[in-house]
Design a protein around this ligand. Sequence first.
Ligand code: SAM
Length: 191
Amino acid sequence: MVEQHLPWLEVVRLGHRIDRDKRITSHLGLTARALGADGIVLCGDEDPSIIETWNNVSERFGGTFSARYESRPMAYLKSFKKGTNERPPGIIVHLTMYGEEVSESLPKIRRDRPVALVVGGAKVPGELFGISNHNVAVGNQPHSEVAALAVALSQWHSSIAIQSRFEGGSIRVIPSREGKNVVDKKSASES
Ligand code: SAM
């Protein structure tokens, strides 16, 4: 069990299909991690290789991003909202093109509670609209879960706060105007 600090924010990826969604689901987790989510919960088809990919990236690039599989997403979301002995009641934020515009709805969301940021796959269960505390749109046009997540997370966090999350790891990327500047922390500490 990963220790959950507040405000804890996890992405819940519904409806993953192993035969069609490998790449987009993988990118969704990488985007979640890079843009400041604390973890991702994979739902739909069980796919250990994607969880391994996310964990490998965290090992190399640092941070404490958690990744796990959940077989009963709606039951999980209901218990997330209710809270448990270990965790206070959570807020469910569903990203959907039918929701309220992100720049209006995000500022209204309380930040003293764990947040589950839910993105759909092929077909989102209708019940999700009702159990969500907030249905949030990044524009009211259909596009991609990765794009919607990136915009929502970028509005939720400041970029400075995100940078400080990636302690540890063996690789550090130094921002550069000219090209790749990557420090291998192990060999840097040996020299
Ligand atoms: N056709 C599916 C349905 O009607 O349930 C939705 C498929 S869409 C490619 C996958 C996910 O991307 C959605 O469930 C939603 O989480 C996200 N998404 C797509 N467009 C969005 C938008 N304009 N605003 C917020 N989220 C969006």
